[in-house]
Design a protein around this ligand. Sequence first.
Ligand SMILES: Cc1ncc(COP(=O)(O)O)c(C=O)c1O
Length: 410
Amino acid sequence: MTHLSNVWFKVTDLKVVSGSGCRVRTVDGRDYLDFSSGLATTSTGHAHPRVVSAIQDQAQRFIHAQANVYTHNLLEPLAAKLTKITPPSIDRFFFTNSGAEAVEAAVKLAKQVTRRPNVIVFKGSFHGRTHLGMAMTTSKSIYRAGYAPLPSGVAVAPFPNPLVSDHAGEIKEALKTFDRILKSQSAPSETAAVVLEPVLGEGGYVPAPQAFIEGIVNRCREHGILFIADEVQTGFGRTGRWFALDHYDLDPDILVMGKGIASGFPFAAIGTRQELDEQWPVGSHGGTYGGNPIGCAAALATIEVMSEPGFMKNVNARGVQLRDRLSDLKEHHPGLRQVRGPGLMVATSFRWVDRASAVIDHCRDHGNLILMSAGTNGHVVRWMPPLVVTAEEIDEAVKAFSAALRATET
Ligand SMILES: Cc1ncc(COP(=O)(O)O)c(C=O)c1O
């Protein structure tokens, strides 16, 4: 008999007591290589000593210093640090506890600034589990089914399919449909924002092509629509740069951050320009815990660790190592259709869903390796190890994956 809710889907039945770096330990003393990273969140690994120490120190001073009542001494330093690492135009920050809340805050800000009611999102995207988050999410129907009515004012545009052979044609078609949405569903004068994940996360680790994002941003600029980048999953080094948009050399109007920002401590943020932030009516948004001092301490320590020389270099080198090794395997296993994704946000896309789930099961049960699926059908095995992963750990994981491919060949 459990007293825990039934609603959590389970990737494993493992009962764990601790984690260190890329590994977790079970109650009966078994170690697993954790490439789920708390859903791409334990960016500096489990219990990074500098993050642990920052949390311990801060807990002795303040567990909670509510942001409406006080301005505690870590808020400005964190905002100043974020100004340095986010795209150039971003210089104002609002803090929340989760990615979904940050998405909600971004859309609320966009509505206040533009005085327009609608947002446009993309097919296969995931933006959270609140009611608006669900309305904006089309990566899987399980996230929405049974929860209607969802908020209105959300139009869904196509996201280019990475598996087609004619990439240019695919991008052209997606932009054409986007234009049709502005003409037929959500007029520019009614569209507050476009919300885009530069790499679809839950939707299957699908990078947006440069020409596609540029086309979308140009249309936003032309029509006074705000461009919101949801970098909850792609941010904080996951793709080998601080933010995925850095690869595209594009500035968003609002940047949504979460997950890796505080190495697993519940913390999230939005960043925007001063000019937009100053149009957000005082008191029209907020929250009890946003900007929590322990979260700020964890985020500051995380940024410090990630700023060290060699940190991003490791992310990129391990990403290349991983993609190279997986691409070699693809040559020998036709069931493996595509290897893609920047940095340590790598997808192995299978032809058949059953094969992807069999591989994940085999890795867990025989290789002590925790991997997860992604994509609408679950046909993608996604690789999102902690960003501190070593070359030896990548080798160990690929070896377990290779064994799983062999064992599940029919
Ligand atoms: C791109 C993206 N946005 C928003 C969210 C929601 O974040 P949270 O689960 O912290 O609410 C997620 C979570 O997976 C995400 O990947």
